[in-house]
Write a protein that binds this ligand. Structure first.
Ligand code: FES
Ligand SMILES: [Fe+2]
Length: 409
């Protein structure tokens, strides 16, 4: 991980903060309103983006122990994640090779998984170990009937998988070095405190909200406060973007205690990683990571967003991860309150607004929507969605090879 890169970003934010400036995009950008409501486009996005690109499917702390597994459904694809005996993660199509029934549901811990239909058994590395009543079933080559594997990658305490077994897009290439910066959080050793799933509007409408600070003091006036900052500078690695406030202060955001530290008085060597990762880190196309503090303990909310069944629906799993597991009643209560507060903010403010906005857009009466020069995150996001939706499989590899090269320079 490049500490220097993080320091350079922080110093740039501090300089802008002191000067009272921010980095602006070149122009106001117009997006067709139909890109939020068009059903055919929505189906193409699910196919070209969610079923073809690497997705951050779980924080590592959701599967901390050998034998841990999680089954999930992403855009109609049943996915099984397992923590294998050697500590690595396996990602599989969650379908029995007999007749396709999912071999696991929900979460649990098991080294072997038995399909609940006829009883075929798999090891958690995908190997088929037992055909029920083999003397009656007939001869089959068990080695050829292992669970189908998806490409998987774990780094920085996060797990990515690509829901295309044939994908040749390297997941590390896709991340353009961004995952190495995410290591600064130290998620490898963090603890999963709690998680929940919320329903939201169109996935892009929902994701827009994670990519702008412009709305914070208005939409969140009653929760974050009407004097909350509304400016963000953007840093990009391919389609992955970090946004952070141009300010000379390190701000601890919490429902009950605010603390400010003047960063112009802190030497580079003394900048903590906690300060260096301020702001929101998004991982294209569907993740947002933001830091919070509950009862004085450091935490982060990792929001994982997926398109729903229709163009106007999405769902978001919020993972509340903590640097240290709260170890007494007061700390547990404070962490719970912080997490509940974030649920209210997202569900009652962001997503309630997004659903209303979506209904209005569905009238078809507005031809385009605008992203200002101060909303570069949304501009970049929509450009990438369009570019990647239209790209061929071959072009995908070229696009990310070029991005990696650029990020390395
Ligand atoms: S479908 Fe799995 S054992 Fe028959
Ligand atoms: Fe918001």
């Amino acid at each position: 991980m490049s500490r220097q890169q993080l320091i350079d970003m922080t110093r740039s934010l501090v300089a802008h903060g002191e000067a009272g400036t921010m980095e602006l995009a070149d122009d106001v950008v117009r997006i067709p309103a139909s890109s939020y409501t068009d059903e055919a486009l929505f189906e193409r996005e699910k196919k070209q983006i969610f079923r073809r690109l690497p997705l951050m499917v779980a924080p590592s702390c959701e599967l901390p122990n050998p034998g841990d597994y999680k089954a999930m459904d992403i855009c109609g694809v049943p996915l099984l994640l397992t923590r294998q005996k050697d500590g690595s993660v396996g990602a599989f199509l969650n379908m029995c090779k007999h007749r396709g029934n999912p071999v696991a549901a929900g979460t649990g811990n098991a080294t072997r998984l038995m399909c609940g239909y006829h009883g075929w058994t798999y090891k958690n590395d995908g190997t088929l170990v037992g055909v029920a009543s083999p003397q009656d079933f007939g001869a089959v080559d068990k080695a050829a009937l292992c669970l189908t594997r998806f490409p998987v990658y774990e780094n920085a305490g996060l797990i990515w998988a690509t829901l295309d077994p044939q994908s040749t897009l390297d997941i590390a290439d896709y991340l353009c070095g961004y995952d190495d910066l995410l290591k600064a959080f130290g998620f490898e050793s963090w603890h999963l405190f709690s998680q929940r799933t919320l329903s939201g509007p169109n996935w892009k409408t929902a994701y827009d909200g994670y990519l702008d600070f412009y709305h914070l003091p208005v939409l969140h006036a009653n929760t974050f406060g009407a004097d909350f900052y509304n400016r963000a500078n953007y840093f990009a690695w391919g389609p992955h973007q970090r946004l952070s406030t141009p300010t000379k202060y390190a701000v601890k955001v919490s429902s009950d205690d605010d603390m400010q530290l003047d960063l112009t008085t802190v030497a580079d060597d003394d900048l903590s990683y906690e300060v260096l990762v301020q702001g929101v880190w998004t991982i294209f196309p569907h993740i947002s990571i933001a830091s919070f503090y509950g009862g004085g303990l450091r935490g982060a909310m990792i929001s994982q967003l997926f398109p729903g069944d229709t163009v106007g629906e999405s769902y978001t799993t919020q993972f509340y991860v903590m640097e240290h597991e709260p170890d007494d009643e007061d700390k547990i209560k404070a962490a719970r309150e912080q997490f509940d507060f974030l649920e209210v903010v997202v569900r009652d403010e962001d997503y309630t607004t997004g659903k209303r906005q979506h209904e209005a857009l569905q009238s078809g009466m507005l031809k385009e929507v605008l992203f200002g020069r101060n909303e570069r995150g949304g501009q970049v996001f929509h450009q990438w969605v369009e570019k990647l939706t239209d790209a061929s499989d071959e072009q995908l590899k070229e696009i990310f090879a070029a991005e990696c090269k650029q990020a390395a320079e």
